[in-house]
Design a protein around this ligand. Structure first.
Ligand code: EPU
Length: 341
């Protein structure tokens, strides 16, 4: 039997640490409880909350907030080379990654220390240091918000893109991810150490033949050196996505801003680091009331004390507008702004 709480604080349920409330709140620990919550009559608005690491709450949530706390890791099959694991949505991402590393399973080492839960990972196709979730994901199960029936989505049906998926576009607000299936390596691991910062970190540590744990440790050290720990400084990782522009626009920008960095994409477009654009506009390390721009990574907005969601949103809008004024580029938030932005 699920228990509905009223005017429940969400402060410890969002990594920005915004002190706001849910009109109604329920935490569900298995798929049956989730079904029960979704089918409850009398709550027309329902809001799904995972690890709260990718949301900015700008006001009290006037809905039934359903917190996904469904746990479990189940091996589905394995052979000499690979293992398939079904992981329930409420598992916390980083402890799960460490569990796979302890068991000697390869594939998630570059995705170490990403905040959030397993169930939210496919929504934005989490990625770091040259690896994205889609590289190891086989499929995921999701429950329809309307019918409470579970549908298995193949990787193709998930329509993964850069920080994007079906669940963020056409399927937005229609499904709750209940579990994912990942295929990890047991023997011959495919390491991705091409990212400059990883190479440097491994060299500094004198490691020439890294194993899964070495890469995970390097990634953890890099992230700790640039990104604030949400348990100390409220934040939501990269606030904006890195914008992708055409080669023509990039060349035009380069005539005026000769040092603008750009990374060529497979389709010929160019990805620009939004952190660079924001730093150029002078925001890095600045404070705006209780909201701020992190001093070591301009792409990260931080809660310096008791910032409200509105304060952080105002800062984000100011940054977006300055970047557009100076570079003619519209940067888009990666974080979900609640209510809709
Ligand atoms: N840069 C600056 N100033 C800054 C920050 C960045 O000039 O303050 C420029 C530099 O040129 C730097 C480049 O941006 O070389 C890239 O910076 P970084 O390696 O920190 O990566 P990012 O593009 O800012 C992306 C992801 C991160 C992920 C890292 C590593 C997005 C939106 N963010 O950041 O993901 O950890 O790459 O792969 O794609 C997240 O999504 O929350 C996240 C942290």
């Amino acid at each position: 039997m699920i228990k509905i709480l009223e005017h429940h604080s969400l402060k410890s349920y969002n990594t920005f640490g915004i002190d706001t409330t849910a009109r109604y709140f329920v935490s569900v620990e298995n798929v049956d409880e989730l079904r029960e919550a979704l089918l409850l009559k009398g709550y027309p608005k329902k809001f799904i909350l995972g690890g709260g690491s990718n949301i900015l709450l700008t006001e009290a949530v006037d809905a039934l907030v359903i917190h996904i706390a469904i746990k479990g890791i189940v091996p589905l099959w394995e052979d000499e080379q690979q293992i398939a694991l079904k992981v329930m949505a409420g598992e916390v991402w980083h402890p799960f990654v460490l569990w796979t590393i302890q068991h000697g399973y390869g594939g998630l080492e570059n995705l170490s220390l990403i905040p959030g839960n397993v169930g939210t990972a496919p929504i934005q196709n989490i990625g770091a240091y040259g690896v994205e979730l889609k590289d190891i994901l086989l499929q995921c199960d999701a429950m329809s918000m309307d019918t409470a029936k579970i549908h298995t989505f193949s990787k193709e049906e998930c329509q993964f893109g850069y920080r994007d998926s079906y669940f963020k576009s056409e399927g937005k607000g229609k499904y709750v991810i209940t579990s994912i299936v990942l295929v990890l390596t047991k023997k011959t691991h495919t390491f991705n150490t091409s990212y400059g910062a990883i190479k440097e970190e491994l060299t500094e540590r004198g490691i020439t033949k890294p194993d899964i744990k070495d890469i995970s440790n390097a990634v953890i050290a890099i992230r700790q050196s640039k990104l604030p720990d949400p348990s100390e400084i409220g934040n939501s990782g990269s606030f904006f996505k890195n914008p992708v522009i055409s080669e023509k626009t990039y060349q035009a920008l380069k005539t005026e801003h000769t040092d603008i960095p750009g990374y060529l994409q497979d389709d010929g477009s160019i990805k620009i680091p939004a952190g660079w654009l924001i730093e150029q506009c002078g925001f890095k390390g600045t404070k705006h009331g209780n909201a701020g721009v992190y001093e070591k990574q301009a792409l990260v907005l931080v809660n310096l004390g008791n910032a409200t969601g509105k304060e952080l949103l105002d800062l984000a809008l100011k940054i977006k507008s300055e970047v557009h004024k100076r570079f003619g580029i519209h940067i888009q938030p990666e974080v979900n702004i609640i209510p809709h932005f």
